[in-house]
Write a protein that binds this ligand. Structure first.
Ligand SMILES: *Cc1c(COP(=O)(O)O)cnc(C)c1O
Length: 480
């Protein structure tokens, strides 16, 4: 494909864009139970307008755009207050949870390089329920990941296990409030106390739960403390583009104090261009996401968020009650917010997901890993609340249909094919054969994903990762 010789008309541009969108998930109707955080139309339009007003402003240099500096300081201040921060707590606006987490890890790495330079390769202790972003950050930053199992019933981190994993190279302990997969809050008080006792940093991943949990607590839910009022917590990440309903590209990273935050920053006077000093990973960055987040917090307001939390809590209770009373389904862990993971010992959950897709519902598969059986994830939105009855009726029907479908044959065959192969020796050709056996031709995904999910679920993790990378490497193939 080439850049068109002469530009398209305005109409052509938007018609083409609209036509490209047609195959996307119909998320506005509330039928998509992951990836999206949707409010009603009026709020959405205010956020979009604020985003557009600041789309072109560049947060690269806050001295040139004092508006952006002010917006960022106000957003971070509201976030810090929301999480019980005192006047010492400082932070920055980032593009998302992953960036906030990478920055928390960089801070820990550089803090220890400064204060304990004998540590060659810092170790980060991660409960297996910690978000994949920590793996990504450790991989990018050259840190060692130390995985520890969680309680097989509650899916909460076990502080005793984390303590056993501490070595002289440990730099940080991680807890989640809530974990993405099961929606559970780790025992942050105990984890943070352990960090204090051993002179370690302690990061709380509040990307998903940080914003909403305080509202759930105000509604009477038993939410344990995870915020800056817990001694030993040194940083918290909190996404605004999840349950604060900001436009995508909005998160904050908060630190206990400035002395810690120093290590997040990066400066360079060692080249021929403008002086570089960046608080976050991006350099040139649009002011749009920041203005959108500011607009969300200010337009919805505390009372608005509390109302939405109430709607989500009620919807979640209805869904959880249904699953609890269903003979074939059960919830993993204890529900603490509005995220649920449920599974079955009698029905193949991947078939349930495919059947639901036939009825235009998107629900998310999660593969089995270290004590967490393969399952279905639901993130519950306020816009989905009026659909709960329909959703549960369809879910019940899909469970029955899934029971009648065969499973396991292809996955067993493919596992046999790959048995004994060292992941490093896998060639793209071998993976191509594997994917085509599973019905993936070129970059076309099959209608039904159950077989592919079963295969991924049955492979050793390293092999599964190679298969996924190969798939992506084929997906992003540019048109001629
Ligand atoms: C979403 C999420 C992240 C990662 O955030 P992104 O915004 O997707 O980069 C990290 N931790 C938890 C618990 C999350 O839910």
């Amino acid at each position: 494909m080439r850049i068109p010789t002469t530009g398209l008309s305005r109409e052509q541009v938007f018609e083409t864009l609209a036509s490209y969108k047609k195959q996307d998930m119909p998320w506005k109707e509330g039928r998509t139970w992951a990836y999206l955080y949707v409010t009603e139309r009026e709020t959405e339009s205010v956020i979009k307008q604020a985003y557009m007003e600041f789309l072109s402003e560049n947060a690269l240099d806050p001295t040139v755009f004092p508006s952006l500096l002010r917006l960022e300081n106000e957003v971070v201040s509201m976030a810090a207050r929301h999480l019980q921060g005192d006047s010492e707590v400082v932070g920055n606006f980032t593009s998302g949870g992953t960036e906030s987490i990478i920055l928390a890890l960089k801070t820990a790495r550089d803090y220890f390089r400064h204060h304990h330079p004998h540590i060659q390769r810092g170790e980060v202790i991660l409960p297996v329920t910690a978000h994949a972003a920590f793996h990504k950050g450790c991989d990018y930053l050259g840190l060692k990941k130390v995985l520890v199992d969680v309680d097989p019933v509650t899916f909460r981190a076990i502080p005793e296990r984390m303590k056993e994993a501490i070595t002289p190279n440990t730099i940080m302990l991680v807890g989640s409030a809530i974990s993405y997969a099961h929606g559970c809050v780790d025992p942050i008080r105990e984890i943070a106390a352990l960090a204090l006792e051993h002179g370690l940093l302690c990061h709380v991943d509040g990307c998903m739960g940080g914003f909403l949990l305080p509202y759930f607590r105000r509604l009477g839910e038993p939410v344990e403390d995870f915020e800056f009022n817990v001694p030993g917590v040194t940083s918290i990440s909190m996404d605004l583009h999840k349950y604060a309903f900001a436009a995508k590209g909005a998160s904050v990273i908060l630190h206990r104090n400035k002395a810690l935050r120093r290590f997040q920053f990066w400066a360079c006077a060692n080249w021929t261009g403008y002086t570089m000093v960046n608080p976050t990973v991006q350099s040139t960055k649009s002011g749009g996401p920041l203005a959108g987040a500011w607009a969300a917090l200010n337009f919805i307001g505390d009372a608005g968020y509390l109302d939405m939390a109430r709607v989500m809590l009620e919807a979640t209770r209805k869904i959880a009650d249904y699953i609890d009373s269903h003979p074939d389904l059960y919830i993993l862990g204890k529900r603490e917010m509005n995220l649920l993971a449920f599974t079955s010992d009698t029905v193949n959950v991947f078939h349930i997901i495919d059947e639901m897709k036939q009825k235009a519902w998107y629900i998310q598969p999660q593969l089995g890993f270290r004590g967490s059986k393969e399952n279905i994830h639901l993130s519950i939105n306020p816009v989905s609340a009026p659909l709960v009855e329909d959703f549960l009726r369809d879910l019940g029907e899909c469970v029955e249909r899934a029971k009648a479908l065969p499973s396991g044959e292809l996955a067993t065959g493919i596992r046999g094919f790959l048995e004994g192969i060292n992941p490093a020796d896998l060639t793209d050709e071998m993976l191509g054969t594997l994917l085509s056996t599973a019905g993936v031709a070129g970059h076309q995904l099959p209608e039904r994903m159950a077989e592919i999910n079963e295969i991924l679920n049955s492979l050793p993790t390293e092999l599964a990762e190679q298969v996924l990378i190969s798939f992506l490497n084929n997906l992003y193939v540019q048109p001629e």
